[in-house]
Design a protein. Structure first.
Length: 264
């Protein structure tokens, strides 16, 4: 059997400040990363890509912000996924008001590894202004996937975790000039630009170039700000960084905010 037929199916279902959720299928295993939209919205998105919430065995949470966790309690009240979450994030979102989530939560240290079917999922720390924030590396027999959003800057931990990964869902949150010239209040601009904020197009381009030089073959730019970015600008910034002739053949896509976007 060829390697191509063993590739996973990867979609962002939602991507941006209003909500984030990614879907990965490999063989008979189907998981989500984050559940930042309502249960009906996530269910409809999954149906559009040929799946359903009934098929989801596990949900892996990056951090406690609502645009990554909004749908969890409702999903857990209707379905039976295991919810993997770090202990520090659990402190924020698991309480007396989330009994269904509490029953299904698998609480982990910040760095952990879990095996679900033929997918091995390992977390790594990301710099963001939440109790704890992680990205994920998914290892399958023929492919590896990195998921890295909500990153204030390219830390050594982030760079090392993603190096050598085949495909990466990577944050390209804002164009710096658009952010500075926009109508956000100063405190919010400072938060976004801080080392615990979000990754700019230029920083995403820098990291993508490095990763491509070290073996990454496909990128899906995610978590774009609808106010402070534009898909063409984000794509152009990263595309230019990948313009080295030695990097020809790299797949580069931009995630839609509310329409499933397929990477593989």
């Amino acid at each position: 059997m060829s390697e191509k037929t063993n590739l996973p199916t990867i979609y962002t279902l939602f991507s941006g400040s209003k909500g984030n959720c990614a879907y990965i299928k490999y063989g008979d295993t189907e998981i989500l990363i984050d559940a930042g939209m309502g249960v009906r919205s996530i269910g409809c998105a999954l149906k559009s890509v040929g799946s359903s919430l009934e098929n989801i065995s596990d949900i892996f949470i990056t951090h406690d912000h609502s645009d990554h966790t909004r749908g969890l309690e409702a999903i857990c009240s209707k379905f039976s996924p295991r919810v993997h979450i770090t202990a520090r994030s659990a402190e924020v979102i698991i309480n007396s008001q989330t009994p269904n989530l509490r029953e299904k939560a698998c609480i982990h240290p910040t760095e952990y590894t879990e095996k679900v079917g033929d997918i091995e999922i390992s977390s790594f720390q990301t710099p963001h202004d939440s109790k704890a924030s992680v990205g994920y590396i998914l290892k399958m027999p023929y492919h590896t996937v990195g998921y890295a959003t909500d990153i204030g800057y390219i830390s050594d931990t982030v760079r090392e975790a993603l190096t050598g990964v085949d495909s990466v869902i990577l944050e390209a949150n804002h164009d710096v000039d658009m952010l500075l010239d926009g109508n956000y209040p100063e405190f919010l601009k400072e938060r976004i630009l801080s080392k615990k904020g979000h990754l700019s197009n230029d920083s995403a381009a820098e990291l993508a170039s490095y990763l491509a030089e070290n073996g990454t073959k496909s990128f899906l730019l995610a978590h774009l700000s609808e106010q402070n970015n534009d898909p063409e600008i984000a794509f152009g910034a990263v595309y230019c960084a990948l313009s080295n002739p030695a990097l020809r053949g790299i797949i580069l896509k931009v995630a839609e905010p509310s329409v499933p976007t397929r990477l593989l």
